[in-house]
Design a protein around this ligand. Structure first.
Ligand code: UGA
Length: 437
């Protein structure tokens, strides 16, 4: 079976590598020469634990090329895993999906199954099938299958090889059988449905998780007012298997390339059909406010951050990724800079990408110690292991004024209580063991 994957971002590349892991020969196509060159020499352009190792292990089964013409020519199955970024109005931009569809139509010479892995609005699979058919150069059979992706960055390889379900939105038994052949090596249960339902499963899942986070964040905000502890509240809720204990970590809101975009896209689609999704709207609004919570908390201690030394731990939108898309750091650091703060940041994985936005405006540090030294306040934006496991006495030992504003609840309060610091987190009581505030 000749499998092609269009797009070598998180979805495309991880899909291709995992398909090679179960024995398929896969050709990856991209328009970005730099990426193809890196991939051809065995280097992953994205930071994703375990991915490069699998690429190396299966290098004889994987090919990377810019030559889409030849790749599509005799393909049996073509996965589309290109981006569907957010447009200014919140809707999904399908430009890249259509570009690939166009190339497929122009170049295929065999019957082919086109599998859309990218997150696309409900109705897109059908439209893409119609579009390809309208542009075909040969008399071949094309069917478009919806096969949404549920991998998370940082655990993408495991999430794909050991997914909880494979969702297939198909229009014929023939397409279903071919897809079952593709996924033969994976022992994962299937959900077989029509294409609209498969597309909806993806949005409904992501938006439900985003809503769950916004819900616990709102509860956390009330916990702060009434003296409850959101960590205990989430634990107590999560032990009810109907609720589940996942995605109940309160914090400074969800970021990344998916939840922010997918909540807005579904909300937009609802409005398009004159049906406002009020729960999704609430999730979006709560998240926008949550992202700026830390600055609000910090303003109690400093009216302005002008000339203050501000330590920042974590820049990425979550740990185990170098991705900065919709990261809280990108919302908060401009405010601090605008105020005139001197920022020292530490994130060995995220630094390279952050430098693209701020090459000289902030100081990038090489250790926790260097970052905290003489700081007047410290913000935690990402719960990296090195932060969660750090020696918390470093705050009082190194900082000029040990005020720590933690957006990810990295430390247990009973440990912090022993320290001579001010510690504010999300949905928990404030610890203030210094009296000069
Ligand atoms: C998300 C989904 O979890 C995947 O299932 C989906 O396939 C993917 O989007 C996608 O559509 O491609 P991802 O964005 O990589 O994956 O990361 P998550 O682990 O879901 O985290 C998203 C955001 O939510 C992060 O900013 C994280 O810090 C935040 N979060 C997560 C919380 O604030 N609290 C939680 O309890 C969990």
């Amino acid at each position: 079976m000749k499998i092609i994957v269009a797009g070598t971002g998180y979805v495309g590349l991880v899909t291709a590598v995992c398909l090679s892991e179960v024995g398929h020969t896969v050709t990856c196509v991209d328009v970005n020469k730099e990426k193809i060159d890196m991939l051809s020499s065995g280097i992953s352009p994205i930071f994703e634990p375990g991915l490069e190792e699998l690429m190396k292990k299966n290098k004889y089964l994987l090919t990377f090329t810019l030559d889409s013409k030849n790749a599509y020519k005799n393909a049996d199955v073509i996965f589309i895993g290109v981006g569907t970024p957010e447009k200014k109005d919140g809707s999904a931009n399908l430009k890249y999906v259509y570009e690939v569809a166009n190339e497929i139509a122009e170049n295929i010479e065999n019957n082919v199954i086109v599998v859309i892995k990218s997150t696309v609005p409900i109705g897109t699979n059908k439209k893409i099938e119609r579009y390809i058919k309208s542009k075909l150069k040969n008399n071949v059979r094309v069917e478009v299958v919806s096969n949404p992706e549920f991998l998370s960055q940082g655990t993408a390889v495991r999430d794909t090889l050991h997914a909880q379900r494979i969702v297939l939105g198909v229009n014929s038994k023939q397409a279903e059988n071919i897809m079952r052949e593709v996924y033969d090596g994976f022992e994962i249960p299937y959900v077989i449905t029509n294409r609209e339902s498969a597309e909806m499963i993806k949005y409904a899942s992501n938006d439900f998780l985003a809503l769950k986070i916004s819900y616990i964040n709102e509860i956390a905000n009330l916990c702060e007012i009434v003296g409850a502890d959101v960590t205990d509240v989430a634990k107590g809720m999560g032990m009810d298997s109907r609720i589940g204990n996942k995605f109940l970590n309160a914090g400074i809101g969800y970021g990344g390339s998916c939840f922010p975009k997918d909540t807005k896209a579904l909300h937009w689609l609802g409005n398009f059909y004159d049906y406002e999704l009020k729960t999704i709207k609430a999730a979006i609004e709560i998240n926008a406010n949550q992202k700026l919570k830390l600055i609000k908390k910090a303003r109690k201690y400093y009216e302005t951050f002008e000339n203050l030394t501000v330590a920042v731990l974590g820049l990425t939108f979550k740990p185990n990724t170098d991705d900065l898309r919709e990261a809280p750091s990108l919302y908060n650091i401009p405010i601090l800079l605008d105020d005139g703060a001197n920022i020292k940041a530490y994130d060995p994985v995220g630094e390279k990408n952050f430098r693209k936005f701020y090459p000289n405006e902030i100081q990038y540090c090489k250790s926790l110690e260097e970052t905290l030294k003489d700081a007047d306040i410290c913000f935690i934006f990402t719960e990296w292991e090195y932060v969660k496991n750090m020696d918390i006495s470093l705050f009082s030992k190194l900082m000029n004024r040990p005020i720590v504003i933690d957006g990810r609840n990295c430390f247990e309060l009973n440990k912090v209580k022993k320290e001579n610091i001010v510690y504010e987190s999300i949905g928990r009581s404030i610890i203030n063991n210094i009296n000069n505030n």
